[in-house]
Design a protein around this ligand. Structure first.
Ligand code: FE2
Length: 324
């Protein structure tokens, strides 16, 4: 090829490359000059989630953002289940990747003050809503940590609401001995007496409440709020809205936490009996994980019965092995 023709082709390539670069620069300038920080962050990541997560973490460290800064989209779901009960369905990612969800509930007590069930670090929009509801947090009477292995957000929630009375299980108090724990533990009968006007608690019997292996998430304190008909339950009952393997189920670690002694299954069955009676008044179920709770279609009792049927063989086998 003659030198002149080669030169022309080379010049054309350079011209095309410069044109593409100029187009990208204009596009970026347009985004940053018309949409402020959030769309720019979104354009960079392709979604608003990383920008929001970053903003949530930063706010927790350094206070709320200025109005002109990133205004996060609310991804926590705030569900009012009935009079005086709100369930916050928050985000929890395994290894930072897999969204499994987590929850915290807000209960208005008959005193007019509020109780938080479980601990979750609300993202900024949720936090603002919670502060509005609770007179800037001053009306939060207490935080009740109901699952011995749900501990990730305990310290942060105490930092947010330092004047709230703090309750937990023995595992919470052992893990965070520097926090100002109340003497009453959430899995003890004394808690029932403290909250008898507003909440009913139910603790599985015949199982290890705090087993040695943390993966055995079965046991937790179930909290029922009669005024709204809402049952807040952590991993003891799980919900997945998928065919065949989904539905309402007891946590799969049940065989590992049933106590290896005569009478354990009898006690567990006694607790199941109590739970069935409690379910007669349950209108809404709030399980810990998965964003979507079971539908309020009047089928909760039937779903519980199916869940009990599914563990029948586990209980029978355990009884044969360790005595009734
Ligand atoms: Fe869990």
């Amino acid at each position: 090829m003659p030198y002149a023709a080669r030169g022309k082709r080379c010049a054309a390539r350079i011209s095309r490359a410069l044109g593409a670069w100029a187009f990208l620069v204009r596009l970026r300038f347009h985004a940053s000059s018309t949409c402020h920080a959030k769309p720019l962050a979104n354009a960079r990541f392709g979604t608003n989630r990383p920008a929001r997560d970053f903003a949530a973490r930063r706010e927790f460290v350094s206070g709320p953002p200025d109005r002109d800064e990133v205004e996060p989209v609310m991804a926590d779901e705030w569900v009012e289940t009935g009079p005086g009960f709100w369930n916050i369905r928050g985000s929890l990612k395994i290894a930072g990747l897999f969204e499994v969800g987590t929850q915290m509930s807000v209960v208005r007590l008959s005193s007019g003050r509020f109780a938080l069930l479980d601990s979750y670090t609300p993202e900024p929009a949720t936090r603002r809503r919670l502060l509005e509801l609770t007179d800037g947090g001053d009306a939060i009477e207490c935080i009740l940590n109901l699952h011995p292995f749900h501990t990730l957000h305990v310290t942060k929630l105490v930092e947010l609401f330092p004047s709230a009375k703090l309750y937990g299980t023995d595992r919470h108090t052992t893990l965070f001995p520097h926090l100002p724990w109340e003497e009453t533990r959430t899995d003890r009968a004394a808690l029932t007496e403290l909250f008898r006007d507003d909440l009913k608690f139910s603790v599985p019997q015949g199982v290890d409440f705090i087993p040695e292996k943390p993966r055995r998430h079965f046991a937790s304190v179930l909290a029922f709020h009669p005024a709204s008909g809402t049952l807040h339950v952590d991993d003891t009952l799980t919900w997945m809205q998928v065919p065949l393997v989904g539905g309402l189920r007891f946590h799969p670690s049940l065989p590992d936490v049933l106590q290896q002694r005569p009478g354990a299954v009898r006690e567990f069955r006694g607790w199941l009996h109590e739970l069935r009676a409690l379910f007669a008044d349950v209108k809404t179920l709030c399980p810990a994980h998965m964003k979507t709770p079971p539908p309020n279609d009047g089928q909760l009792q039937r779903r519980l019965d199916a869940a009990i049927d599914r563990i029948g063989k586990v209980l029978d086998r355990h009884e044969r092995n360790y005595g009734s």
